[in-house]
Write a protein that binds this ligand. Structure first.
Ligand code: GDP
Length: 320
């Protein structure tokens, strides 16, 4: 039987990935720094996944986790994901997002080199991208602490794959969203605000650059690409993206339209949320994932934005 270990399982992608693997008969174990949020974050899947606590900064902790679980697959999703927070503490970002990947791979090499390893990479490695759209050969130019750490992790995966023949892959994940997204990310900030404004619980929402664009997809689709990458005959890196860009303004239009409102009546631009060194040209070219994994982002923009607003309407009504 295949046994998967998912690190950072209480983050947005963890529950989707656990659902995907459990549905395919995989024995799923989840590791996280603290088990406090386990039931709340994993919801209906919580009792089908075995919990473990671990520290990504400690090789002994990684080793003892491998010893306890004896996985055949490791999905490494752990670490902070909010870019401004990483910029404020670049050492922590570098340690958990970058160095810890070297720790994992070295420990796997010593413990059991047949373990397959998936690394959650990021479009932020492209930063001020040299060309658009970005694919697996686009030069990396990270512009923030998060992107720099993810770029180091990408190099470590390739190093252990090429030098030590580990089955290690990076999914270069473009932004992916869902009702499980934390509320400080712009998608969820907007869908929660649209719901609360509709219910009369707040009047307006303050955002940064409305013209900023991202290649946004649905997180539930992206975990399917992670699984497929470890199901192949040989390890490789893949861009996982929709291939389409939208602006923050379009997100606002779409989310407020779901509740029959015009975003212009409720959205205010606040310079406090405008980012210095913003990366504008991030858009992935997912052709390799389509051709070699048979994967594509299935859920349209309108559908997942609508689902996020509906989920936030239910949540905001229940909380009020
Ligand atoms: P990121 O791409 O991982 O940083 O995801 P975010 O959801 O935090 O930001 C996506 C884009 O939305 C970036 O270009 C931000 O600059 C832009 N943005 C505009 N206004 C806001 C805001 O109020 N909050 C956040 N988080 N992002 C904003």
């Amino acid at each position: 039987m295949r046994r998967a270990l998912i690190t950072g399982i209480t983050g947005q992608d963890g529950a989707y990935l656990a659902e995907e693997l459990v549905a395919r008969g995989v024995d799923v174990h989840g590791a996280t720094r603290s088990l406090d949020a386990w039931a709340q974050r994993l919801g209906s899947i919580a009792d089908r996944v075995r919990p473990h606590a671990f520290h990504a900064s400690d090789r002994a902790s990684i080793r003892s986790l491998l010893d306890d679980v004896r996985p055949t697959l490791v999905f490494n999703l752990a670490g902070p994901s909010f870019i401004p927070a990483c910029d404020e503490d670049p050492e922590a970002a570098g340690d958990v997002l970058g160095l810890s990947v070297a720790r994992w791979l070295r420990t796997i090499l010593e413990f059991d080199p047949s373990i397959r390893f998936f690394q959650a990479g990021s479009s932020e490695i492209f930063g001020h991208a040299a060309s658009c759209p970005q694919n697996e050969t686009t030069p990396r130019r990270p512009r923030n602490a998060y992107g720099a750490a993810k770029s180091f992790a990408y190099d470590m995966v390739r190093f252990f794959r090429e030098r030590h023949a580990l089955f290690a892959c990076t999914g270069i994940l473009f932004n992916h969203e869902s009702p499980r997204r934390a509320p400080h990310f712009v998608t969820r900030k907007i869908t929660l605000a649209a719901a609360r404004i509709h219910l009369g619980l707040q009047d307006e929402v303050r955002l940064g650059d409305l013209d900023a664009q991202r290649d946004w997809g649905f997180a539930g689709d992206y975990v399917g690409a992670m699984r497929r990458m470890l199901d192949r005959d040989r390890p490789d890196d893949f861009v996982i993206a929709t291939g389409r860009r939208h602006s923050v303004r379009e997100l606002c239009e779409q989310a407020f339209a779901v509740v029959g409102m015009d975003y212009r009546d409720h959205v205010r631009v606040d310079p406090a949320f405008v980012r210095p060194g913003e990366t504008h040209l991030l858009c992935g070219d997912p052709s390799k994932a389509l051709n070699e994994l048979g994967w594509r982002a299935e859920t349209p923009f309108e559908v997942w934005v609508g689902a996020m607003v509906e989920a936030d309407l239910a949540k905001a009504s229940a909380d009020s």
